[in-house]
Structure formats: C-alpha cells, structure tokens
Design a protein around this ligand. Structure first.
Ligand code: C2E
Ligand code: CA
Ligand code: CA
Length: 794
C-alpha cells in the first residue's frame, strides 16, 4: 500500500533506462552502419585505385610497345633498302605524324656505324647528298672526334628543325648512351638509356633514348660476337617524359582520377631518379604514411631498363568517393539517436511523472499529510470491504473513535508545531498494539478512527479502548517538554450497532461524545444516546409546534450569596412538557435544536419568557434577576444584541436584571465574533457569565479580554470537592484568580451542606444546586422567592 511498493514493478523498466537503452542501441547501430559504409567505401576506393593503376600501367605499356613498333618500322625502312637517303627518311618520319600520334617523341633518327677506313668515302657520300637534297640538314660537321677505330654518327634525325644540334654527333662519346648502345648491340633488342636531359627549344627537359640495333642483313645473329660484327647502326628515338605521359593520358593523371603518378629511373624513389611527376609535388619520398592514402609501386621494364612507377592517391581521389558519407551517416546517426532519446525520454519522463503524480494523488487522496495515516474515506472504504467479507460470519468488527482531550490547550500554549508533533506520535504508538488486519486513520483534527477486526464481542472492544487510552496517556516529549493527554474513545460494533460503515462511524461518534461528556474515558454506543435516533428526529420535527403551543416551559433554579444566604437571582432552565412523553429534560432536545436554525427563535423564546416572568416578579414586588443559557450558535448571530435590547424594552426590564450564561466552548469556536457580540450585549448593560467553567479549554487569562462579570465553576468539580482534594484545589485557585480579575464566582451543583461550608471557607461568592433548591416551575419558585427574599427589601 505504501508508495515505493506501488512503483516498484516499474523499477526494472525505468523510463529513463528505456531511453538510455534506445539511445545506446541506435548509437551502436548507426556506428555499425557508418563503419560498414566506411569499409564499403574503402573497399570501393581500393578497387577503383587498383583498376586505375592497372589501366594506367596497361596504357604505359601499350604506349611503350607502340614506340618499340615505331622504331621497328623505322628499322624496317633500312632493312628494305640498301641505302636510305635523308629525303626518304624524312618522308617516312613525316608520314608517322609524330606530334599528333606519338606525343613525347622529340626526335627519331638513325645512327650509323662508320669504320675508320670508310670515313672518307662516307664523308663524300654525305656531301653529295647534301648537294643534291639537303632537306633542311646543315653541312656535315665531319668527325669532330678523332682517334677512334669506328664512329657512331647521327646521320638522320627528324624533325630536323629543332634537332639540328644532333646531326653528325658521335653518340658513343656520350656516356649516357654508351651503355644502352652496347646492350642493344649485344642483345639485339630495343634498349633505353637512363634519364638524360634533352634540349628542347631553349629548355632542358627530362627524357631518355630508345635504341634499336640494325645488323647487316643475311647474317646469322646467334651470338653476341656475331651481332657485334654485324652491327651497322641504330634507329633511335628521343623521348620527353612529360610529353610522353601526358600524351598517354590526354591530360594529367591527377586531374583525371586524383592519383599522382611518379616515375623513377631504377628502383630508388629519389628526386635524382625522378623521370616524371604528374603533380610536380614529390609524394613518394614522403616519410609519413597516411593511413587513408593508397600507394602502389610497380616496376616495369623499358628497353632493359627498370622504371619504378609509383601511384599515390590524393585527397581529390577520396573526395570523389564520398568518404564523408560514413562520417555524414555517423553524425546524422548520432543526431537521430539523440533525438530519439530525447523524444523517448521526454515522453517517458512525462509518463513517469504522470505515474508518480497519479501515485502521489492517490496517496494524497487516501492519506493524511500530517500523520501519514490513512484518512476517513479510506477507513470507511476498508470498513465497507471488511463488512462485506465478514457478512454471515460470527465474528464482529469494531470501530473506535478516539478523540484527544485538551489537545487545543496544547496547541494554544505550546504552539501548532508541538500540537502537530503530538499528533504524529499517536500513530506509531497505537500501531504497536495493532494487528495487520486493523486499520488506524486520522479522521481530522485530534480525532482518530481505529477499525478492529476480527473481534469477539463488546468486552474485547472495551479492553482495546482501555489499552488505547493507556497508550495515549503515556507522557509525550514535545521539544523537551513532557506533556500528558487523555483520550475519549467511542465504540461501535458490527453488526449490533449498524450494518454499514457510515452508520458505524456515526454510532462511534455518538459514543465518543458521550464518553467525553461523562469523563469516563470510553463509552459503548447505546441507541438511547443517539441524538439522531428516530425519537430525536421525531422530537425535532415537533419543536416548532411545541413553541407555538406553549409545550415548552421554564423552570427556575435560585442562586444564593454564600455570605448571607440571600437570593441573587434565578437561572431559567427549559423543559418540554410533551403531550405524549411527559416532561422531557433539555439534554434530550437542546443539542438537536442547537444544530439547526431553530436555535435563534428558540433562544429568543426563552429570553422573552424569562423576561415576562421577571416582569411579573417585579410587579409582584419580588424583583429577581434572571439568567438565561445561550448556545454557541447564538454567539454567531450578530442580531442577538439588538433582539435582546428590543425584548428588554418591550417588557420594560432594565438590562442589569438579565444575565446570559455562555459556555466556554461557545467562545472558543469563534472568539473574535463572540467577543464582538458579547461586547455589544455588555454595552446594552446585559451581564455575561461563563458557564461550565473548567470543562473547556479556555484559561482565565483568556477570559480577561471578555466583558464577563461572573464565572460558574462546573458542577463536576463542585460535587466531588468534598472527596477529591484536587477538585477543591481547582475550585480554590479558580476563586482566587477570578477575584484577581474582578470576577464573581458561582459554584454549580451544590448538593450538600458540607460542600456549601467548604465553598464559604474558600471565599466563593455564590452557590447554586439541589441542596439549595432544585429547578422548579414558576409558581413554586415564586413561592420560594417570597420565603427567601429578606423582608428588609420590601
Ligand atoms: P447548565 O447550564 O449547566 O444547567 C445546570 C444543570 O444542572 C441543570 O440541568 C440543572 O438541573 C442541573 N443541576 C442544578 N443543580 C444541580 C445539582 O446540585 N446537582 C446536579 N447533579 N445537577 C444540578 P438541566 O436543567 O437538565 O439542564 C441541562 C443543560 O441544558 C443546562 O446545563 C444547559 O446547558 C441546558 N439548558 C437548559 N435550559 C436551556 C435553555 O433554555 N437554553 C439553552 N440554550 N440551554 C439550556
Ligand atoms: Ca447554565
Ligand atoms: Ca453548567
């Protein structure tokens, strides 16, 4: 039933936990997906890179093969004809359309092997050729080098215009050419030079030479030696690296696909060996290995020479692949997860708030906030359930109504906090006594309800009541002050006193009221006590009629001065002379009248009849002051003072002949309003006395504010005074204090001589009681007055 237990099933699936879980799962999922995408993209990139490398390699190799073919086709020219002229060579090379079809070829040419002994004949031949058809060739710079047994002279080179400088050069003298020349000669295959610098226009550019050996036709070339002897020269091509590679790809590889191509002569990837760099930034020698960069180095054989081709991806390559896709996905995944988390959390928190709120509301609806005990509704509900369950069974259920006596006094003197602290301690004390099936509830104020079930009869219920009273009577510690308090307990039993929960509650209430009045501690409900019994209801319906028909009668009880025994006045006490029931005492109908609006006409009826009698006594020469009892509710009626004044005038009674008796509790209900009305009455000259003093919660100091002239000590103290020393002390101190405050004291309920004597010793002012005179009808009281009024007054 307690709050934490109610919420406990939800603890495993705490809404916040669900939100966190969803957040974690979606985060993990988007992470996985992003990772997957990344892998995928990387795989794709890698494949693309590999393809690009393969394609590039294939293109290069194809181009190289084409160059080889070109050289071969040129060599075929020489094999086909004994003596190729420079004109023929020029025509042939022109037909190849080198600039368009073979970018990168700077020149094609023919190197002729000339023995020392042929030198002169060869020179003559060239001169002759130059004379008949120069074709743009300069005059032959014959044999700039001397002292060789043979020469390797460039005799044709095309296009001649930009290659004049090569014409006639003895190539063997060039160390860069010597090795490939010898290799070509010995192998019979095309040979490439290492990196050389080629003069192109007025620029030096990186390049290389390809050389193809030419042998004398018709000779077996099956050994190196034979080849060496059969060699007649070389067909050669000069290549410009940049033009070559850019020619292969149409434009730079980098701008094409984002891969940097660097070509190195040999196996060392150094700047010195660099033949070609696509983006002019050397990446191959970068020490730092970037993880996302792909690299591949491939070696190819170019005319017996190793070239290293290095491929490296550049950022543009990766960009084109949407590498960001995975990051983008991850970021949006995180965002989405967070959003989802927020949405779930907000909804979940709302839901849990609602749940908590509902639980709190439910708890509030069924519990008392101060004591945390269940409230009246809850108790009634449980009682209802119990009665249904127990229907037909022999066992009983009891309802105990517990009310604290003098709680208001503690509240007023020690403060509300102490009062609250006391109320909070009641629950734990009584719960110690209770069984699991019993229910304790705070009904409101200082009132508690205790349902006891099962129970076997009235006796067990009264034992419980005594235990409860005992437990409450144990001292309370409130802020270091020890306080003792009594409780009144009313007992109602099911099924004897009522069949349903609300009837039982009302019965327990009635019994509690009786217990309080009787000062007995507890009382078991009896139908006769019940003001709501059918008899009471029937009496109530007749009261108006009773007033009209003069069934109500006033009895009067004299009050005397203790000092001299003289009458000081009479108290009017009402009786109902019922046509069927006979004389009904006021206690049987006044509480009912007090709870209805009839109290106003009723009180005015009493005042009017008391004044009527007062008038008669005055007219009969027995001037007697009359006291009338006023109910608590009359003190809420602001018209009362004027009504009283009007009645006094109507019956020509001076106000000092009327006294109004008000109980302490009447003032306590609404002190401000009571004070206002009492003040007005006092201003009209009417005297006020406090009735039943000592049973309520007011203190004498409190009464000082009120325009009161007399104080009536309650009969409960007076009647026991002779036996109970405590009561005597209370009477004595009340008398002393009242005198100090300028008040007169009347003792009610004087039933014997002894009491009267003690009161006289205690300096009490007046007395009233059966010993002096019982309340008696008008005729009798008039007679009594006649006998007791001092003759001197006449
Ligand atoms: P109360 O104002 O305290 O009136 C005194 C009650 O004590 C009277 O009871 C009276 O008969 C009784 N009594 C007087 N002397 C003795 C004694 O020596 N011993 C004992 N045991 N009792 C004594 P009663 O007349 O039955 O009235 C009961 C209560 O009803 C009154 O208590 C008063 O509160 C109320 N009451 C009576 N008449 C009226 C009335 O006209 N208007 C209102 N509002 N209340 C009235
Ligand atoms: Ca009275
Ligand atoms: Ca009284």
């Amino acid at each position: 039933m307690s709050l934490p237990q109610r919420l406990s099933p939800g603890r495993f699936l705490h809404p916040r936990g669900v939100a966190y879980l969803v957040f974690a799962v979606t985060l993990l999922l988007s992470g996985l997906v992003a990772y997957n995408i990344k892998l995928n993209v990387e795989g794709q990139e890698r494949r693309h890179f590999d393809d690009a490398v393969l394609q590039t390699l294939a293109a290069i190799e194809q181009r190289m093969a084409t160059y080889a073919d070109t050289l071969n086709s040129v060599s075929a020219l020489f094999y086909a004809s004994e003596s190729v002229t420079r004109g023929e060579f020029q025509v042939y090379v022109n037909t190849l359309r080198i600039p368009e079809r073979y970018p990168g070829i700077q020149s094609l040419g023919f190197i002729r092997r000339v023995h020392e002994i042929e030198k002169l004949a060869f020179a003559r031949q060239l001169l002759e050729e130059h004379r008949t058809n120069p074709c743009g060739y300069p005059e032959f710079p014959i044999f700039q080098t001397r002292g060789h047994t043979e020469y390797f002279l460039i005799v044709f080179v095309e296009p001649i215009a930009q290659n004049r400088a090569l014409f006639g050069r003895d190539v063997l003298a060039d160390p860069a050419c010597r090795a490939p020349m010898e290799r070509a000669r010995d192998t019979g295959k095309i040979s490439a030079s290492k990196r050389i610098t080629l003069r192109h226009g007025d620029q030096d550019k990186a390049g290389f030479v390809l050389l193809l050996p030419l042998y004398k036709p018709g000779i077996a070339l099956d050994s190196v030696d034979k080849r060496r002897r059969a060699l007649v020269g070389y067909v050669f091509g000069n290549f410009l690296m940049n033009d070559l590679f850019q020619g292969i790809f149409g434009k730079r590889v980098v701008s094409n696909i984002g891969i940097d191509l660097e070509v190195f002569d040999g196996r060392q990837l150094t700047r010195e060996n660099l033949l070609y760099d696509d983006d002019a930034v050397l990446h191959s020698s970068e020490a730092e290995e970037h993880p996302s960069v792909f690299r591949q180095t491939t070696e190819i054989d170019v005319g017996g020479h190793i070239w290293s081709l290095s491929f490296i991806t550049l950022p543009t390559f990766h960009d084109s692949f949407g590498k960001q896709l995975s990051t983008l996905f991850l970021v949006s995944g995180i965002l989405l997860s967070f959003l989802l988390y927020r949405v779930i959390l907000t909804r979940a928190v709302h839901a849990s708030e609602r749940l908590r709120h509902t639980a709190i509301l439910e708890h509030q609806a069924s519990h008392d906030s101060l004591t945390s005990l269940v409230n009246r509704d809850f108790l009634l509900e449980r009682l209802r359930e119990k009665l249904l369950e127990g229907a037909g069974k022999s066992q009983n259920t009891a309802l105990l109504m517990i009310d604290l006596n003098g709680f208001k006094e503690i509240n007023d003197t020690l403060g509300h906090q102490s009062g609250d602290a006391l109320l909070q301690q009641i629950g734990p004390r009584l719960q110690k006594l209770m069984r699991p099936t019993d229910v304790l509830s705070r009904l409101g104020g200082d009132e508690f309800g205790l349902m006891l079930t099962p129970l076997h009869g009235e006796e067990e219920a009264t034992t419980w009541a005594r235990r409860v009273i005992e437990e409450i009577h144990r001292p309370f510690e409130l802020d270091g002050i020890t306080v003792q308090i009594d409780a009144s307990v009313g007992i109602a039993l099911h099924p004897m006193h009522g069949q349903d929960s609300s009837t039982l509650m009302r019965c327990a209430d009635v019994a509690m009221y009786v217990a309080k009045k009787s000062h007995h501690g507890y009382a078991v409900y009896q139908p006769e006590l019940d003001m709501h019994s059918p008899r009471q209801l029937s009496l109530m319906s007749q009261i108006e009629e009773a007033m009209r028909q003069e069934q109500l009668v006033l009895y009067f009880q004299p009050k005397i001065r203790l000092q001299d025994g003289n009458v000081i006045g009479v108290e009017a006490l009402i009786r109902w002379n019922h046509p069927k029931e006979g004389l009904i005492p006021p206690i049987e109908f006044i509480p009912q009248v007090e709870r209805s609006t009839l109290i106003r006409p009723f009180t005015l009826w009493v005042i009017e009849h008391a004044l009527l009698q007062c008038r008669q006594w005055q007219d009969a020469g027995l001037p007697t002051k009359v006291a009338v009892n006023i109910s608590a509710r009359n003190l809420l009626d602001s018209e009362l003072p004027d009504d009283v004044a009007r009645l006094l005038t109507r019956h020509r009674i001076t106000p000092d002949y009327l006294e109004l008796e008000i109980t302490e509790s009447a003032i306590v209900a609404d002190p401000e309003r009571a004070l206002d009305i009492l003040t007005k009455l006092h201003e009209h000259g009417v005297r006020i006395s406090i009735d039943d003093f000592g049973t309520g919660y007011s203190s004498l100091a409190h009464l000082k504010r009120l325009p009161v002239s007399n104080l009536k000590i309650d009969a409960s103290f007076v009647s026991d005074m002779t036996d109970n020393e405590n009561d005597a002390i209370i009477v004595r101190s009340t008398v002393d204090l009242s005198h100090n405050l300028g008040l007169n004291v009347i003792a009610e309920g004087v039933e014997n001589r002894e009491t009267l004597d003690i009161l006289q010793i205690l300096d009490c002012d007046y007395a009233q009681g059966f010993f002096i005179c019982r309340p008696i009808p008008t005729a009798d009281v008039t007679e009594w007055l006649r006998q007791h009024t001092p003759k001197a007054r006449h």
